[in-house]
Design a protein around this ligand. Sequence first.
Ligand code: C2E
Ligand code: MG
Ligand code: MG
Length: 427
Amino acid sequence: MGAADDDGPGRSMSGAPGRGPLSFLRLFGAVRESSHRDSNGARGRGPAVTPALSWLFYAIATLTVTALIVATGGAPTSLAHLYYLPILYMAVRYGVTAAVISSVIAGIAVGPWMITSSPATDRQTTSAWLVRLGLFVLVGVVAAVLARSRSRQLNVMVRDVYVAQGLRAAVRQDTIRVHYQPLIDLTEGDVIGFEALCRWHDSKGRAIPPDRFIPEAERTGVIMALGRRVLHRAVDQGHRWADRGRRGLLITVNVSAVQLSEPAFLADLIEVVQADGGDAFQLCLEITETAIIADPVRALATLRQARALGVTVALDDFGTGLSSLAYLAEFPIDIIKIDRSFVAAIGTDPKSHALVRAMVQMAHALGALTIAEGIETADQLKALRALGCAIGQGYYLGFPGDVDEVEWEPREMVPANEDSVDTGAPR
Ligand code: C2E
Ligand code: MG
Ligand code: MG
């Protein structure tokens, strides 16, 4: 699962090329060294049977069955069922195409015109043969599809267990880190806050991106402990900044659907907010449209209570979920974060530009602020300022980084386009 391409335990088993019991097969290209991933997701190397050798196995098995049928008086006979063995092997190993090819070959082998067809017994009719052929194909294809989906499910389960185990240990050992990405006021260029983004290095020290462990953490419930740790860290950091004179920062923390539906999350929130007890900084929960849809009733109750505690709410990745706009009116949303896919296309795609304009105007009409995510170029910044977007975030303005990497200097604001729109956004 990590980015590193390190060698796994399989290497010592395979030995150097040209040695070991499989070396004669390697000479013919029937077995090759291949990378694979072990159950931990780590890459390893080992001998793998090539398609050429599999097809050879398949041909030998098919010819053996054919010889058996001929030796026992010819088809149709129940011995023809033995063709299913090589078909299933190819289907499970190589999928639907191999299943179809091997079934058709087996079908041809038992065709009424082949040597397997015995003149001594009743010759099978063409329709009986077609049914047999159809069954070969059907069984092969079903086996291929089942094998693929079962192995995918199994992979997901194995990965979930591995990731959850690693994350639990990281939370216990307090090795989960939080990076902070600056939020920039698009009028003056000042740093007005940060998004807290969770960082995890696995037991081999490899950095795992959140997209590759948050879904696993959600499925296994580890997200509760992980989210709690990130929340506490971000709040502690907010206090540290306030103690150093940087008061009133907006600190946003991502909250998953699972957390929103658990009463324990609210208890965590109450704990940190009560410890806060002042205006040192503004805590904001980032939720996604998907998190709302997952359990709207509980989400609404949790967010209302959060609001009552003085915590604000941001709708993350806005425009990418499938939620209804009715939620915007119903839910206590203070900030709308325009997804970076719209920002990326703002200069090139007039429709994206129009959508961003509509999002900014809608947010302002609802009394919410807008944060544009994923600003990567000066042109995007210029366009967003012209549209009246209040806050910006993105690599152009600052990468996520450790606390000591934070750059506080105001960013240089490129002049907004002449058609600058004043939307009356709260600043
Ligand atoms: P997000 O909340 O939308 O966070 C923004 C993501 O965009 C971050 O990715 C950030 O590094 C990346 N980003 C920021 N500026 C740019 C840019 O200019 N260009 C591009 N291409 N990307 C940019 P990251 O840190 O990999 O996080 C990915 C997602 O993982 C987050 O998306 C969030 O949904 C989730 N996540 C991260 N930390 C946590 C956490 O503590 N709890 C939960 N529940 N989810 C988290
Ligand atoms: Mg976010
Ligand atoms: Mg986002």
